[in-house]
Design a protein around this ligand. Structure first.
Ligand code: FMN
Length: 364
């Protein structure tokens, strides 16, 4: 077992929030051993005007404050999404608020957007803006904001010049009322204003920063259909499918299963993958889809792509599998292309959309 993966095993003996702080500190010092990036041209994905060296990204929430995006890229991730970042710094919910369900390869969190706020994150991103590597920013509103739409608009204006793409997070279960933005007139208002802010930023920078929305796996098929319609009309470039779930599928763990918050990791895999396939069916071929939820192996990443994703992301898998996971997945995907005599990873997209979408009713 690699030194970094052994260290990850030791970290799992600690309180989860302390372990996370230590992992960030180790990454910042460059002490997490890294594997060279696979750099295989068959894995390169070109979508939204961006060139991703491989399709395996770090999901939002790990590097909320943009402290270690370059260390995470060096670990083999093809892209890194920092945040969620809110305009003002905030503490998040009272502790304990992060729980490991080790027997399930899962986590329940109700952190509630603890982060250092726009200015601190923008400063760090400005420092690295000339470096290579795809670093995206995930934005959200402050919990006590009087105008949540404005918080997103401020995020778009500030980060459009600094981010490879922007994610509008309307799917965290831990900020009361946030998920209501996924439907009806709230959604229309939000997306219209976000698109206007993006256009205003583009006038200044000369670059149209791609805008994605991150959605919950707990929406109904009807809600998903409506959301895709509004997103397409507003010029949204893609969807991140999915955030954590408030559902509690059958879990093996004895402790923590009834804690409030969002469940991530292996038990989320089937639900989020079937939902992704349904989204691909409804959206057609043009919208970029990033598949996330329970990716902890080559097989899981392959299934997300086969279900219809252009790219995948992971977070919980890193906690249980250790820092060699992204490079192992990238190398494994390349090996699979070879074995199956498929020329390029883009040819895997959607080969099993119908099968996964048919599972939607059963797992949802
Ligand atoms: C501890 C923790 C914190 C998270 N924080 C955020 C966040 O701030 N913003 C966000 O969009 N998603 C956040 N997520 C959700 C992940 O980005 C991802 O969508 C979800 O965990 C499913 O992927 P996974 O099973 O690979 O972890 C968080 C997840 C975890 C486990």
């Amino acid at each position: 077992m690699n030194l970094g993966d052994r260290a990850a095993r030791v970290l799992r003996l600690l309180d989860p929030e302390r372990a996370h702080r230590l992992a960030i500190a180790a990454a910042a010092r460059g002490t997490i051993p890294t594997l060279p990036e696979a750099g295989d041209p068959r894995l390169a994905v070109n979508v939204m005007g961006l060139s991703f060296p491989n399709p395996v990204g770090l999901a939002a929430g790990f590097d909320k404050n943009a402290e270690v995006p370059d260390a995470m890229l060096a670990m083999g991730f093809g892209f890194v999404e920092v945040g969620t970042v809110t305009p003002l710094p905030q503490e998040g919910n009272p502790r304990p608020r992060l729980f490991r369900l080790a027997a399930d390869g899962a986590i329940i969190n109700r952190l509630g957007f603890n982060n250092e706020g726009h200015d601190a994150v923008a400063e760090r991103l400005e420092e690295r803006v000339d470096r290579n590597g795809i670093v995206a920013v995930n934005i959200g509103p402050n919990r006590n904001s009087e105008d949540r739409y404005y918080d997103y608009v401020a995020g778009v204006r500030l980060f459009a010049p600094l981010a490879a793409y922007l994610t509008i997070n309307i799917s965290s279960p831990n900020t009361p009322g946030l998920r209501d933005l996924q439907a009806g007139h709230h959604l229309v208002e939000l997306l219209v204003r976000a698109a206007e802010a993006r256009a205003a930023a583009a006038k200044e920078t000369g670059r149209r920063t791609p805008l994605l929305i991150k959605i919950a796996p707990d929406l109904s098929s009807r809600e998903l259909d409506d959301l895709i319609g509004v997103a397409t009309l507003s010029g949204i470039d893609g969807l991140i499918v999915t955030n954590t779930t408030t559902a509690r599928p059958h879990l093996r763990s004895r402790r923590h299963t009834q804690e409030k918050g969002g469940l991530s990791g292996r038990p989320l895999f089937d639900q989020s993958t079937a939902f992704l396939a349904r989204a691909r069916q409804l959206a057609g071929p043009d919208l970029t889809l990033i598949g996330v939820g329970g990716v902890d192996s080559v097989q899981a990443a392959w299934s997300k792509l086969a279900a219809g994703a252009d790219l995948v992301q992971l977070y919980t898998g890193l906690v249980y599998e250790g820092p060699t996971l992204p490079a192992r997945i990238a190398a494994g995907l390349a090996r699979r292309l070879e074995e199956r005599q498929i020329n390029h990873i883009r040819d895997v997209r959607g080969i099993e959309t119908a099968r996964w979408a048919a599972a939607w009713g059963q797992v949802a």
